[in-house]
Write a protein of this length. Structure first.
Length: 233
């Protein structure tokens, strides 16, 4: 059993046993109690609690412990859909060009998303996504190194297909949407003036086992792309 599997299992166990049925702001058992209950190390318990905190399920108060977080209503997209599938559904001809693909030290936000230690290595893939020959999105994706059977410099094939072959298929994701203004480099790739408004979509992808395997930031041209979500009462 890998260390990653252990802390993911502990996170799932804590969520099922303590978080789901508890009222907001309920104090969870102490780390040493969870350590004894699940038969794991203190470090594994801390990583598991960090996973739950990153997903907004618990929060920590220094000197007091970890508490169940207040639940929030969240609007969710109906399904996971790749850029290629999205563009085809909109009636466009999608294209993708890999700008770079190599191992890097995980940036702080990526390390947080993927629950990695400082200095850990990840695969970084930057791609320019186009529709009907016109650039529409600038994408920077980071993956766990073990998520790919082999690292191909061009990465011309489907990343989803390669993840499936490696046994790390993304089955669920958390997405964050925000507005931003493009830097000089980002604007150059998207062929718009520096400072142009854009839609930033940040995604953390999880396997069916709950392992965070992907952290992606995609910048969309605001004049070429919108995000639609169906909501029901």
């Amino acid at each position: 059993m890998t260390r990653e599997t252990k802390y993911v299992q502990v996170a799932r166990g804590v969520r099922e046993r303590y978080v789901k049925a508890a009222a907001p702001h309920t104090l969870l058992p102490a780390e040493r109690e969870l350590q004894a209950e699940f038969g794991v190390s203190r470090d594994t318990v801390r990583r598991a609690l960090r996973v739950l905190a990153d997903r907004g399920l618990v929060y920590n108060v220094q000197g007091s412990g970890t508490f169940v977080a207040q639940r929030h209503d969240t609007v969710k997209a109906p399904s996971l859909r790749s850029f290629t599938e999205d563009m085809k559904a909109r009636g466009h001809r999608p294209q993708s060009v890999t700008l770079s693909c190599h191992m890097v030290e995980a940036p702080p936000l990526v390390a947080r998303d993927l629950v990695l230690d400082a200095g850990a290595k990840v695969i970084e893939i930057r791609r320019l996504r186009s529709a009907d020959g016109s650039p529409i999105a600038f994408e920077t994706a980071h993956f766990l190194p073990e998520a790919f059977a082999q690292l191909e410099p061009e990465m011309t094939g489907s990343l989803d297909a390669q993840l499936r072959r490696s046994g790390f298929s993304v089955e669920s994701a958390v997405q964050r949407l925000s507005a931003t203004n493009l830097t000089k480099e980002e604007a150059a790739w998207l062929e718009v003036p520096q400072g142009t408004a854009a839609l930033r979509v940040e995604k953390v992808g999880f396997t069916g086992r709950g392992l965070a395997v992907e952290s992606t930031q995609t910048l969309y041209r605001a004049d070429r792309y919108d995000f639609e979500v169906r909501v029901e009462r």
